[in-house]
Design a protein. Structure first.
Length: 197
């Protein structure tokens, strides 16, 4: 059993090292942080969405913007598309492919931002959400584990973190990217929170 534990940690370490040495992706993360800062400076909102574990990451991202990441500071306008009533209604009446796009149609405004997570890059409801966002002037950030020509064409920024055959390793990198984005936003708006860091 120990060898499986060590192997799992080595695999995660390798994936993180690959990301750490990928200058193009690090630069893209920096650009996404600048975009989020611009959205918040202009009093826009950030929406996030994903399926399964990626939904949990989307919720985690939003709650740390509205709540607290490390230290206390004012709330930032963010929401994960995860309302059970909305999702069950739209899933039942229109189909699961529209659970995120209908929410963006209802709430998204030009100047807002959608951060959408799809480990495969092929999630149909993420594609529909990106299409809806683009039609409204909502900027689109995609976090994926694979290149997707369709999603890349719909995105303002595409962060791809390939990390092996399975979604778990991709999701481990996604949460690191999301935490970094929150930190960079906080460092801009609340530098006093990082004076001792």
């Amino acid at each position: 059993m120990i060898q499986h534990i060590a192997s799992s940690l080595q695999e995660a370490h390798h994936a993180l090292t690959q990301l750490l040495t990928d200058q193009a992706t690090l630069s893209e993360i920096e650009r996404v942080a600048a975009l989020l800062i611009d959205v918040f400076e202009k009093k826009g909102r950030v929406y996030s969405c994903g399926n399964g574990g990626s939904m949990c990451d989307a919720m985690h991202f939003a709650e740390e913007l509205t709540g607290r990441y490390r230290l206390d500071r004012p709330a930032l306008a963010a929401a994960a598309i995860s309302d059970v009533g909305h999702m069950s209604c739209v899933g039942n009446d229109f189909g699961y492919e529209q659970v995120f796009s209908r929410y963006i149609e209802a709430h998204g405004r030009a100047g807002d931002c959608l951060v959408a997570l799809s480990t495969s890059g092929t999630s149909k409801n993420i594609i529909r959400a990106a299409q809806a966002a683009r039609s409204l002037g909502v900027r689109v950030v995609i976090l994926s584990g694979r290149r997707s020509a369709e999603l890349e064409a719909l995105s303002d920024h595409y962060i791809c973190t390939p990390a092996g055959r399975f979604a778990d390793r991709v999701q481990e990198l996604h949460i690191k990217v999301l935490h970094i984005l929150i930190e960079l936003v906080e460092r801009h708006f609340f530098p006093a929170n990082y004076q001792d860091a």
